[in-house]
Design a protein around this ligand. Sequence first.
Ligand code: NDP
Length: 320
Amino acid sequence: KRACTEKIKVLVTGGTGLVGRALESHVISDPQPNEEWIFLSSKDGDLRDMAQARRVFELHRPTHVAHLAAMVGGLFKNMKYKLDFLRENLLMNDCVLECCREFGVSRCVSCLSTCIFPDKTTYPIDETMIHNGPPHDSNFGYAYAKRLIDIQNRAYHEQYGCMFTSVIPTNIFGPHDNFNLQDSHVIPGLIHKCYIAKQKDEPLTVLGTGSPLRQFIYSKDLARLSLWVLREYHEIDPIILSVGEEDEVSIREVALMINKAMGMKQGIQFDGSKSDGQLKKTASNSKLRKYLPDFKFTPIQQAIDETVQWFCENYDTARK
Ligand code: NDP
């Protein structure tokens, strides 16, 4: 339990997204008497616009900010809309961080991603390597916008003493994800495809060879870790929030786990003519492990089972 009993008011941008919803359900299940939480959607204000962002900050006057709002998407959306990913995220991050400064926010935690690291690198990737070379061409718009958050955090600290930091999650999945067939990340996209394939009594088709390796983090685990960062992590430098290197899985294994969770009997086929993206981007979680050696991640099959169950139960209203 925390020693600090000061009243804090946390504003969560992107509060209606995958991570925001997971954070919200965690906070509801474990309320702290000295904390008030506000979860924003884009309907509360377009954070690309400084006047609207200021209105939101003026209304809520937060002491802490979890900045999750972003234009987000999987490989194929990233390849198609590079300028939109760059501009929308640059604008949003600039407005939110500047409002944090103007309104005297004492802690702001923003979200980067392991997919913004240099393409040509050594593995495992760690927090010190973000700016060591160009990102993969498939998502350079998103990557450069996100990298700049780290630069902004350092500059806000050096010029104004602000305590803004960032977390670097690997691929996230869970309830309330975007399950759109074109624009989603790999797990929600495959869950939706699998759901349709099962109804049509066809095999699940996976784009690419299935061989790329990824580390996935369940949104509920990320919510618990993000809360710890907001409350107890006092560095400006980012921290990777990920399962260990030994828990990296191939897309093929993920597809098998989804098929199992869905009770699919029709098997899987791979369309090797489609892009695989980066073959791997293994990240080290040793900084996290130094702080939290005993943190237990949810086993991936269990997390996929829960996500598939949530999707099937909420099919009509899920984002798709
Ligand atoms: P989602 O796409 O699920 O949610 C995005 C959120 O941002 C929504 O609440 C959305 O509001 C809000 N938003 C989007 N545009 C605007 C805008 N112009 N003004 C105000 N709010 C806006 O995102 P995730 O939860 O998946 O991602 C959270 C963070 O984690 C992001 O910063 C992302 O870059 C990062 N991340 C995500 C990964 C992943 O695998 N998903 C991997 C690594 C990092 P509304 O619902 O009203 O549209």
